[in-house]
Design a binder for this molecule. Structure first.
Ligand SMILES: Nc1nc2c(c(=O)[nH]1)N[C@H]1C(S)=C(S)[C@@H](COP(=O)(O)O)O[C@H]1N2
Ligand SMILES: [Mo]
Length: 379
């Protein structure tokens, strides 16, 4: 990141401006490392937030918000010192340009996130606003990591020890942490559009509306519609008696569940789902005693697994609000996993399997399924 500016005789600035500009950051390394730490924490909490959706997970979203405001406070301090140089293109060198780029990226990543929690929106260009926030978060983290590898100045003990450093570090962190609840209160007090957001940041797309809620894919899964009469569900894996079911067999199950589908692209919808509890289907296959996970597999290869106790209470849904699911929502049958984020609600399910070990490969499968012939919509 940039060093304090040096002045040149050609400057048309006032002596007061020059004095302020020459005032160096007393702890530049602490500032830069704090910024790097903030970006790292923001990335980590952001990543975890994508798989968080249980009410008890609110803390991860609060941490992400607090880290964001902490970064804003740090950036404010840094910009006050570096802005004069940034505003004079004549005094730029390669490092200034890189620093300016990084600063712009931080500002955009923070801006999109903050604008979103206030309830703001933007016309979708490739991504919606939240999608841009996520993409910018990835880009920023990569840039900061490269920057650290290339030219990080090690943090010496004199950069971090001492009362003034500790006070300033603590004040900025506390300030950031308090700005998050302040933002939430502002939403409430001023009735800003952000009040309508769930703790996950997702916005209501309507409740009990049947098939009318939005539909989406994690990447680009777009299989051909499935003919219910030729469709079969296989129950297998670590079980004693694997078997298959027809659509009619499955329709005979009338377990019902109210659950919120909450997509990481920022919408949620509460619906009453109907179908078969996975527990009922699995018991009939006599899972081995060491089965600990259940994997739910789509015709596209998309798949996700749940711990067996959780899976037993999850639903393979054929109906939403009494209507047969439409193709876009995963007809003939989809997974309904209460408390899990939408990307785990596998659509177009063709197989469930008991597993004796976790399935880390699912993380890859959800990104590659749309490249398979079935995922691309080929026969
Ligand atoms: N097979 C498959 N299932 C999938 C997806 C996908 O891409 N492929 N996308 C997931 C994502 S990201 C979400 S949010 C929900 C969306 O469900 P909907 O289209 O019914 O709203 O489906 C999930 N199930
Ligand atoms: Mo999603």
């Amino acid at each position: 990141m940039t060093t304090p500016a040096t002045t040149s005789a050609l400057d048309e600035t006032t002596p007061a401006q020059r004095r302020r500009r020459r005032l160096p950051d007393p702890f530049p390394r602490l500032t830069d490392w704090s910024l790097a730490l903030g970006v790292g924490l923001g990335f980590l909490t952001g990543l975890i937030s994508l798989i968080s959706g249980q009410p008890g997970d609110w803390l991860i979203f609060a941490l992400h918000g607090a880290v964001g405001f902490w970064l804003l406070a740090l950036l404010w301090g840094k910009l006050r010192r570096t802005l004069p140089r940034l505003l004079h293109p004549r005094r730029w060198d390669r490092r200034t340009v890189l620093g300016a780029l990084a600063t712009l990226l931080v500002l955009l990543a923070l801006g999109t996130g903050i604008w979103w929690v206030f309830g703001g929106d933007a016309p979708p260009i490739v991504f919606n606003l939240l999608g841009w926030h996520i993409a910018l978060g990835f880009a920023l983290t990569a840039l900061v990591a490269l920057h650290l590898l290339a030219r990080a100045k090690p943090l010496r003990s004199r950069d971090v020890r001492g009362r003034r450093q500790a006070l300033r570090f603590g004040a900025l962190a506390l300030g950031g942490a308090l700005l998050w609840p302040a933002q939430q209160l502002a939403n409430q007090a001023l009735r800003l559009p952000g009040v309508a957001e769930r703790f996950t940041g997702s916005r209501d797309a309507g409740a009990h509306t049947g098939n009318a809620f939005p539909s989406t894919s994690w990447v680009a899964d777009a299989p051909l519609p499935i003919t219910p009469n030729s469709w079969r569900l296989t129950i297998g894996g670590a079980v004693a008696h694997p078997y298959t079911l027809t659509y009619a067999d499955l329709l005979a199950h009338t377990d019902r569940l109210d659950a919120i589908l909450d997509c990481t692209s920022g919408f949620y919808t509460l619906q009453t789902w109907q179908g078969a509890r996975i527990g009922a289907l699995l018991t009939a296959a006599h899972p081995h005693s060491d089965a600990i996970y259940v994997r739910v597999v789509s015709i596209t290869g998309y798949r996700w697994s749940l711990p067996i106790a959780e899976a037993n209470n999850a639903l393979l849904a054929t109906l939403v609000e009494g209507e047969p699911l439409i193709h876009d929502h995963g007809a003939p049958v989809r997974l309904v996993a209460p408390g899990r984020r939408g990307f785990q609600w596998v659509k177009w399910v063709t197989r469930i399997e008991a597993l004796t070990t976790p399935d880390p490969g699912e993380l890859l499968a959800i990104h590659t399924s749309s490249l398979t012939p079935a995922g691309r919509g080929e026969r």
